[in-house]
Design a protein around this ligand. Structure first.
Ligand code: GDP
Ligand code: IMO
Ligand code: MG
Length: 436
């Protein structure tokens, strides 16, 4: 079948990000009225491959590559207007019309150049204990939001002089903090404020009152696909703190980050790789090191879509996956990159952790405990044949089906989609799950 039945859906990364959410949103985006981003910012890198051509989106919702879809950047986001301008220019040069189809909540926060600078300074001060952020200024922008000092997209609608004055004030304040805390060079307040005024003029037609803009979704007259960024294990509250991002990539973020009520969410689909990756620092019990990790990285092309960094690679972590499926209330899971395992004679899954003399079968909330966990593996035979051309469950070799059935059973959630390549069509849809 061609995709899943029509209706609203939330797409959530079930691991540490880069699960292939962009591809899935693109595949499910056809025919929906809205694709909504609800958290994060340009730290996201969502890749879509069409006819061999690769497009990486950071702020613009992945659904915009489908005709007739409108995109929305929710109040829960931190939007870097410089990055957004560049992304729109690049997309329009490649023939994707963005203007007139992309709307931004007036309550979304502005991510300013000083946020990037502070992000860099904080990271270099943390030295060996750094988080390994994307350097996009995300944490500092959310700090300003939480301390009620931020500028918002709606401020771009202020009269030119007022906006310029407010921006200069903020930049000068940031310069003071940069000098006092990090002995960092000041940013040019006048230049940045003037650039912002120019950007404000070009973004003004896109800035909307979110409550009004999404009225059709609220009333059930329009459909929405919520595009989560990052992954549930990077959630500020529920993830592997402090090695997390500063937003809520989980189900709660879909509500607070759009202002839509729970009944608008529809299905909650978790996207998981058939193995696991993490970029940045922090515990990762099923990580493969040295040659084993390198081999998986090469097979999966695991290099960051935003920063180009080599992603840490390892086996599927069941306690972690079960945890994210449970706390997000996932109604279905989509397993991506199954084809990456095509040539491996043996595939492992971490089913629990050996720690402190015992075995733990759940994901521990305490970071220091997780850091001591050693994986307990169950091995599966590989299928040793290419899956790229499979389009139905029946096309998959028995070994691949057993692996998926095991994941479905252990995650206690139906596997509703299996991705076997980078292109939109390289998918197997299994709305009824994979176990017969
Ligand atoms: P996202 O951040 O979750 O959207 O994921 P990224 O785009 O950062 O990383 C996923 C990478 O895997 C991209 O390069 C995709 O083109 C690629 N990809 C997605 N699904 C598949 C798949 O099923 N098979 C293969 N081989 N690559 C895939
Ligand atoms: P997508 O949407 C993978 C990671 C960073 C770092 C931590 C904090 O493409 O899946 P931040 O810049 O957010 O303050 O960094 O979070 N991180 C991601 N890892 N995919 C992402 O996005 C990520 N966005 C942030 O590497 O460990
Ligand atoms: Mg990514």
């Amino acid at each position: 079948m061609d995709g899943l039945a029509a209706g609203n859906r939330v797409i959530i990364g079930g691991q540490w990000g880069d699960e292939g959410k962009g591809k899935i949103v693109d595949a499910l985006g056809r025919g929906v009225d809205w694709v909504l981003r609800y958290q994060g910012g340009a730290n996201a890198g969502h890749t879509i491959v069409r006819g061999g051509e690769k497009i990486v989106l950071h702020l613009v919702p992945s659904g915009l590559l489908s005709e007739g879809v409108r995109g929305y950047l929710g109040n829960g986001m931190v939007v870097d207007p410089w990055a957004l301008r560049d992304e729109i220019i690049e997309l329009e040069e490649r023939g994707v019309k963005v203007r007139g189809r992309l709307f931004i909540s007036a309550a979304a926060h502005l991510l300013m150049p000083y946020h990037r600078r502070i992000d860099e300074c904080l990271e270099s001060r943390r030295k060996r204990r750094s988080i390994g952020t994307t350097g996009r200024g995300i944490g500092p922008a959310y700090v300003d939001k939480a301390t009620r000092q931020g500028l918002r997209m709606g401020d771009l609608l202020l009269p030119k002089e007022n906006l310029e004055r407010r921006a200069i004030e903020k930049i000068l304040e940031a310069n003071e903090a940069l000098a006092a805390l990090y002995e960092a060079e000041p940013l040019s307040a006048a230049n940045i404020a003037q650039e912002l005024v120019v950007l404000a003029r070009s973004f003004a037609p896109m800035i909307v009152d979110g409550h009004e803009a999404l009225a059709g979704v609220r009333l059930g007259r329009e459909t929405a696909l919520f595009e989560g960024a990052q992954g549930a294990l990077l959630d500020l509250d529920h993830g592997t703190y402090p090695f997390v991002t500063s937003s809520s990539p989980s189900i709660g973020g879909a509500l607070t980050g759009t202002g839509l009520p729970p009944r608008c969410l529809g299905e909650i689909l978790g996207v998981y790789k058939a193995y696991c990756t993490r970029v940045g620092n922090g515990p990762f019990p099923s990580e493969l090191l040295a040659e084993e990790g390198d081999a998986l990285r090469q097979l999966g092309g695991e290099f960051g879509a935003t920063t180009g960094r080599a992603r840490r690679c390892g086996w599927f972590d069941l306690p972690a996956g079960r945890f994210t499926a449970e706390f997000n209330g996932m109604t279905g899971v989509i397993i991506t990159k199954l084809d990456v395992l095509d040539t491996l004679p043996e595939i492992k899954v971490a089913t629990g952790y050996a720690v402190d003399g015992g075995v733990l079968d759940r994901f521990p909330a305490q970071g220091d405990l997780l850091a001591r966990c050693k994986p307990v593996y169950r091995a599966f035979p590989g299928w040793l044949q290419p899956l790229g051309a499979c389009r139905a469950l029946a096309d998959l070799p028995a070994a691949a089906r057993s692996y998926l059935e095991f994941l479905e059973r252990e995650l206690a959630t139906p596997v509703v989609g299996i991705s076997v390549g980078r292109e939109r069509e390289e998918m197997i849809w299994t709305p009824g799950g994979v176990s017969v």
